[in-house]
Design a protein around this ligand. Sequence first.
Ligand code: SAM
Length: 289
Amino acid sequence: MKNLSDLATIKKLLTRHGFQFSKALGQNFLIDPSVCPRMAQECGVNAQSGVLEIGPGFGVLTQELAARAKKVVAVELDHRLPAVLAETLEGFENVTVLNEDVLKLDLPALIREQFPDMPVFVCANLPYYITSPVIMKLLEERLPVQSITVMVQKEAAVRICAQPGKRQCGAVSVAVQYYAQPDLLFDVPRDSFYPAPNVDSAVIRLTVRDSPPIALGNAREGDFFRLIRAAFGQRRKTILNALSGGLQMEKACLTKCLEQSKIPTNARAEQLTMEQFGTLCRTLFQEEP
Ligand code: SAM
C-alpha cells in the first residue's frame, strides 16, 4: 500500500502523472499521517457498512476507509484523478471511484444502487468552496445515512456546531441542527496539508436525527427555513426588524406573534433557542385546522 502521507511519494505521483494542484477545486491533500486513521475510526464505519467519500484526491483517506468498510464509493470531480487512484488504490477490491460532481449527483439513487442493505456513512475532507452546499444537500435530501464526518474550515466547524441561543450561532447552525446532532471532533492545523491552505481546519461529525428536534405543527419546513434565513439575514438587527424586512410582514402582526411566542421583540436571532424558533414558526405559519 502506498504511503500517501509521505511527501516524497506524493511528489513522485505528481511527476509521474504530470499532475498540478487545482486551487479552484480546493485541492489541499492531507499529509499528517494521524488524521485519516482518526477520521475513519471516528466516522463509525465497520466491516458491515458502506461509506460515501466526497473528493478522494490521491486516496489518502480512501485507503483508511477501505481498510475498515465493506464498500467505499468515492466521488471525485477532477477527471485527472481516476488514473492516479487506480494506482494508489490498487489491491482494494471494495472501492468504486465515480468521476462526477457530487452536487449534481442523484444521491438517493446512488445509495440505493451502491449500498443495498448496508448502513451508510459519509466521510470526507471536503473541498472548502462547497462546504455548505454539500452538507445541506446531504441533509435536505434526507439520505439514509447514519452520520456525516467531514473536515471543514475551523471557522465553519465552530459555526455549524454552535448551539442556537449562543453568540456564534447562524442560519447554518440552526439548519444543520434541525437534521442532525453536531460534534466538533478535533482540530487540524494548516500544516497538515500539502499544499498548506491559509486557514486551519477541524473535523466534525453530524449524527443524523430520526426526526427533527422541534415540532412545526402543520407549518411547512420551507417556512421554517425562510424564517431562519430572514432572522439571521440581518443578524445585528432586532428579531422584529429582521423579520419584518426579510419576510415582508407588518410589524404590528409580527409583534403580536413574537409576544404570543414569548420572544422579546428586541431579541437578536442568535439569542433564540431551537424551541423558540419552532414556536415562532408555528405561530406565524400554522394554518387553522
Ligand atoms: N481526500 C483528499 C485528502 O484528504 O487529501 C483530498 C481532499 S481535497 C480538500 C478535496 C477534493 O475534492 C479534491 O480532490 C477535489 O478535486 C475534489 N472535489 C472538488 N469539487 C468537487 C465536487 N464538486 N465533487 C466531487 N469532488 C470534488
